[in-house]
Design a binder for this molecule. Structure first.
Ligand code: IPM
Ligand code: MG
Length: 350
């Protein structure tokens, strides 16, 4: 589902890479977001949804364009994502953040601070303030007001915490749980449930941070983070912050996983975290890395094909190591390559 802005270009690149390593994977294109709205369809057309039902995974571009900003959620392109996450219960959003060797100078932080940075944000994706009810604008006693509801049920916290602890076991065994427990009741429950679960993971170190402090520590000592576990909205905000540590939002993939699927066929939605970047659309300048690495995550998580995923990741690393740079990560005076040229470079290294 290519979607809007740079979505079509980068998804096309990712699909080419995917087909290159796995020619047996059947890919079907479907409209979503503003692209669907412009064709007189809803943001998530019924046919697109039906196609998802028959698919093992969704490779998603991005949705959203400024001209829809004034409309209610249900009429905006983002509604497609909102519904997909909800209807397929894609509660676990994994956002790995890693600095490519040789790209340290692209970060807004000093290279010695970001060198070796390798963390993953585990964001709860189907609860909290995004989905809680009531959620509306209304007029009470002649005064306009609006309400969003932040709500968590303990089982929702448990299942996402389990994902984070399990992931930590395969990494540096450190979970940082982020909340706002000095103010929010949801956070008090969050902290208690996560702490209780940590008893089942004595080998994993658990640290709690308040979200404001976490935002600060992320730029002060990013290398100290391993797995960041947090609720939906904090995760939305912190993952953009974490991503830009690498120098560009254009390099970071994500996976949204739920409980649908069988062994070796975990249904998931895979997308760049960077958004539609409408100012870059159609110019062949966007960085396709996030989309290409999303395809790698798709292979790993939905098709249980670690080796193809690793091949793609090595090819991307190789392209960066050999000095290829799209405009977003180019050294200020350095030459840069186009979206297509970068993709060709990745294909050539496969
Ligand atoms: C993201 C995006 C979405 C979100 C938008 C497009 C609804 O920012 O995936 O991080 O807020 O979750
Ligand atoms: Mg976001």
């Amino acid at each position: 589902m290519p979607g809007d802005g740079i979505g079509p270009e980068v998804t096309q690149c990712a699909a080419e890479v995917l087909r290159h390593v796995r020619p047996d994977v059947e890919c079907t294109l479907a409209p979503v977001g503003a692209a669907a709205l412009a064709a007189g369809l809803p943001a998530l057309p019924a046919e697109t949804k039906a196609l998802c039902d028959r698919s093992d995974a969704v490779l998603f571009g991005s949705v959203g364009l400024p001209e829809y900003d004034g409309l209610p959620l249900a009429q905006r392109p983002e509604y497609a994502l909102f519904v997909l996450r909800r209807d397929y219960e894609l509660y676990a959003n994994l956002r790995p953040v890693r600095v490519f060797p040789g790209l340290e100078d692209a970060s807004s932080l000093r290279p010695e601070i970001v060198r070796g940075l390798d963390l993953i944000v585990v964001r709860e994706l189907t609860g909290g303030i995004y989905y809680g009810r009531p959620k509306e604008q209304r007029t009470v006693d002649g005064v306009e007001e609006a309400v969003d509801t932040m709500i968590y049920r303990a089982p929702e916290i448990e299942r996402i915490a389990r994902i984070a602890f399990d992931l930590a076991r395969g990494r540096r065994k450190h979970v940082t749980s982020v909340d706002k427990q000095n103010i929010l009741e949801t956070s008090r429950l969050w902290r208690r449930v996560v702490t209780e679960m940590s008893a089942q993971y004595p080998d994993v170190r658990l640290e709690h941070l308040l979200v404001d402090n976490a935002a600060m520590q992320l730029v002060a000592r990013p290398g100290d983070f391993d797995v960041i576990l947090t609720e939906n909205m904090f995760g939305d905000i912190l993952s953009d912050e974490a991503a830009i540590l690498t120098g560009s939002l254009g390099t970071l993939p994500s996976a949204s996983l739920g409980s649908r699927g069988s062994a070796g066929r975990q249904f998931g939605l895979y997308e760049p975290i960077g958004g539609t970047a409408p100012d870059l659309a159609g110019k062949d300048v966007a960085n396709p890395t996030a989309a290409i690495l999303s395809a790698a995550m798709l292979l790993r998580h939905s098709l249980a094909d670690d080796s193809s995923a690793a091949r793609i990741e090595r090819a991307v690393d190789g392209a960066y190591a050999d000095g290829l740079r799209t405009a977003d990560v180019a050294r200020s005076a350095g030459a840069h390559v186009s979206t297509r040229a970068f993709t060709q470079a990745v294909l050539a290294r496969l």
